[in-house]
Design a protein around this ligand. Structure first.
Ligand code: GH3
Ligand code: MG
Ligand code: MG
Ligand code: MG
Length: 324
């Protein structure tokens, strides 16, 4: 069958957990320089898994780091090399840290087995290796790894969801709130500039009223894409309210912030927005308020308040403009 590597699991895939239950079709790396033992184990494991045998520990490290293994088995006494050292290297490298590790040991290796288990080796097999025990222990490790891969993926996805706006893919207000304070203090302590823009789509209600709420949503998504194209990765771009977006620009002074705001304003105006369900496109404009951190600000709220007042002036001055 097809090898099930961790990357094959789609997040939220209902089959992912069921597939993880299957401890078969794995890629196993066997680091063993005793030819007879290596052949016996490779034959036994080969019925259910794809097995790679590597006798040289240095090469084994490279092969393992290239990735894709679901389990690595390491002989503790490779010729002239301490297998425990290889285990510890595998545990410390980012790319191999989560791959299950099994030591192949002799009864007199008791102390090294304990040390290995101490620094995170997952299991061991005593020589002479019993075939059924070998298959069972490998399969258990593979299952365990697949479950933890699914779990880790789900945790990462939910952490991402918690700070992302579902409609636009921009950061949400929670993300902004949790980062703005730090950015503000950081800028203040380093005496660096910091700027904030508040953007609000002009007469957006009329898009909803004329074409429907879903058309409005489509406009919002396109709006977000255009903004993203004109901001840097260090900038925070967050959906602040319904059709309002806040952009925080680290290290930007007033002139630079105004220039960025003007560029975004012009880009929004430059091309009409497609509304697919109505088979047409509509002109959209945005008003933007700009403010920068000032020495006597007590926190980021002061700066946002000035940006909001500037936005209010932009609306009153006729919309589709930048005010600071
Ligand atoms: P202006 O800002 O130029 O003063 O006019 P406006 O029409 O944009 O005024 P206002 O800010 O008061 O209205 C914003 C509208 O945005 C009201 C609300 O129906 C709409 N809106 C807010 N969130 C969403 C959303 O997620 N999807 C859609 N389609 N509309 C939204
Ligand atoms: Mg408004
Ligand atoms: Mg508006
Ligand atoms: Mg608004």
């Amino acid at each position: 069958g097809r090898a099930l590597a961790s990357r094959d699991y789609g997040i939220g895939d209902p089959l992912a957990l069921a597939a993880a239950e299957n401890g078969l079709d794995a890629k196993v790396l066997l680091v063993e320089d005793r030819r007879g033992a290596a052949e016996r184990m490779a034959t036994a494991l080969g019925q259910n898994h794809a097995v790679t045998v590597e006798a040289d520990p240095q090469r084994a490290m490279l092969v393992a780091a290239e990735g894709g293994f679901d389990c690595v088995m390491v002989s503790l006494d490779l010729d002239g090399f301490d297998g425990l050292r290889l285990c510890s290297q595998l545990r410390s490298l980012d790319r191999t840290r989560n791959v299950p590790l099994i030591m192949l040991a002799e009864p007199q290796d008791q102390n090294r087995i304990v040390r290995g288990l101490d620094f995170g080796v997952h299991d061991y097999l005593m020589r002479p290796v019993d075939r059924n025990e070998l298959l069972a222990r490998v399969r258990t490790q593979i299952r365990r790894k697949r479950f933890s891969d699914v779990l880790r993926g789900a945790v990462q996805a939910s952490m991402q969801l918690a700070v992302t706006d579902g409609l636009t893919g921009l950061h949400n207000r929670r993300y902004l709130d949790s980062h703005l304070g730090t950015m503000f203090c950081d800028a203040a302590s380093r005496q660096r500039p910091l700027a904030a823009l508040i953007l609000d789509i002009d007469r957006f209600k009329s898009v909803n009223d004329t074409y429907g709420h879903e058309a409005g949503d489509e406009v919002l998504r396109t709006f977000a894409e255009r903004i993203r194209l004109h901001t840097r990765t260090v900038d925070i771009v967050a959906r602040y309210g319904g059709e309002e977006v806040v952009i925080v620009l680290p290290d930007a002074g007033l002139a630079e912030a105004q220039a960025i705001a003007e560029r975004i304003r012009a880009r929004v105006e430059a091309a009409a927005f497609d509304i697919h369900r109505a088979s047409r496109s509509v002109p959209v404009t945005v008003s933007i308020g700009v403010a920068v951190r000032e020495a006597d600000d007590t926190g980021p709220a002061d700066m946002l308040k000035r940006a909001d007042l500037a936005l209010y002036r932009a609306k009153h001055a006729g919309r589709n403009r930048v005010e600071a």
